[in-house]
Design a protein around this ligand. Structure first.
Ligand SMILES: C[S@@+](CC[C@H](N)C(=O)[O-])C[C@H]1O[C@@H](n2cnc3c(N)ncnc32)[C@H](O)[C@@H]1O
Length: 326
């Protein structure tokens, strides 16, 4: 995959030389080219911004340098064989569509991405409109907050996309079980993970992980994914397709305080069937510590443990070798 980034802060993209992305570059799996937008300015001060039409605070990035930069990069895809390759243009902006794992998967299928991270109040709109006539353009937001510039968003998007490319992760399977991974995990967060030693500071690990029983381990992982998602991202549970749940999932979700029923949709849209909290009132009273879990009797995970946050799970799991400790 080829990635071009046009920026007024090329040094901001230095992290693309390290870790997973750096290694993918070194192996030739990623061809990353970082360009300084000011190379396409023609005045003494290398000006890339100007005051906004209509007035108001802040500056807007001028269209001319962006146009020249993008034209030249696009032309570089024409290797003279008559079939010019065209990049996909990715424009980070808080007003874009939400960056999700599904979108990362979509972008990972593209052979060539060109990123246009802005500074100031953004890029003159005509640039995006101009290239949208020739290229696929994705305006992408990495979250509901405003950064000073789009470079950090480029780093985020690049890392999420690069790890999906064939051969980039040591174990090709590993991203299939990740939170949000398309398929069984699409609307779920991954549960807790453990490694050696089997006991650390008096804390054991869940017994089932030592059982060697693949079916039980898979079941436990799925249960933990539902518990964590219910606690931290109930909006994802609401999106779950009830038809994709098995009997055990339904039982667990009922214990966590969920029931099937019509879910709220954006205004005007018809109600669709999904999952909703049975105990909405209770939830709003106790938003931080797993209201869903708390409202139910303990489920099958060894002895009762406090309805813990991610960080205060006590040592009440099974110890290696058998007995479960209270
Ligand atoms: C100060 S912001 C401009 C914000 C813009 N005035 C607005 O309110 O939508 C400058 C640049 O940072 C980048 N940026 C800021 N927040 C972002 C976000 N949440 N996702 C992606 N890019 C972001 C974009 O490239 C944006 O043009």
């Amino acid at each position: 995959m080829r990635l071009d980034v046009v920026t007024i802060f090329p040094e901001y993209l230095e992290p693309l030389n390290v870790s997973l992305v750096g290694k993918a570059r070194a192996r030739g799996q990623l061809d990353v080219r970082v360009h300084d937008l000011r190379d396409w300015t023609h005045d003494r001060h290398n000006t890339v911004d100007d005051t906004p039409y209509g007035g108001g605070p802040g500056m807007v990035m001028k269209p001319e340098p962006w146009g020249e930069a993008l034209d030249q990069i696009i032309e570089s895809g024409d290797d003279g064989d008559g079939a010019a390759k065209l990049p996909t243009l990715v424009v980070p902006t808080p007003s874009g569509r939400q960056f999700t794992q599904a979108l990362a998967v979509e972008l990972a299928e593209r052979p060539w991405l060109v990123f246009a991270p802005a500074r100031y109040e953004g890029i003159d709109r005509r640039v995006i409109d101009e290239y949208a006539e020739r290229l696929d353009v994705y305006e992408v937001s990495i979250g509901d907050y405003v950064l000073a510039g789009g470079e950090a968003a480029v780093l985020v998007i690049t890392e999420a996309v690069a790890r999906l490319l064939p051969g980039v992760l040591g174990n090709a399977e590993s991203h299939r079980d990740d939170s949000f991974a398309p398929g069984a995990m699409a609307d779920l967060l991954e549960g807790p993970v453990y490694t050696k030693p089997p006991e650390w500071r008096g804390r054991g690990i869940p017994e089932v992980l030592l059982s060697g029983h693949h079916g039980k381990v898979a079941r436990w992982r799925r249960d933990e994914a539902f518990r964590r998602t219910s606690r931290n991202r109930p909006d994802l549970i609401e999106r779950c397709d009830p038809a994709a749940l098995d009997k055990h999932d339904r039982k667990l979700l009922a214990e966590l305080g969920w029931e099937e029923g019509p879910v709220s949709e954006p205004k005007g849209a018809p109600l669709s069937k999904g999952l909703r909290r049975r105990d909405r009132g209770l939830e709003s009273d106790m938003p931080l510590r797993g209201a869903g879990d708390r409202a139910t009797k303990p489920v099958d995970r060894g002895p009762e443990r406090p309805e813990a946050s991610e960080h205060d799970q006590g040592p009440r799991f099974g110890r290696p070798g058998g007995a479960v400790e209270e």
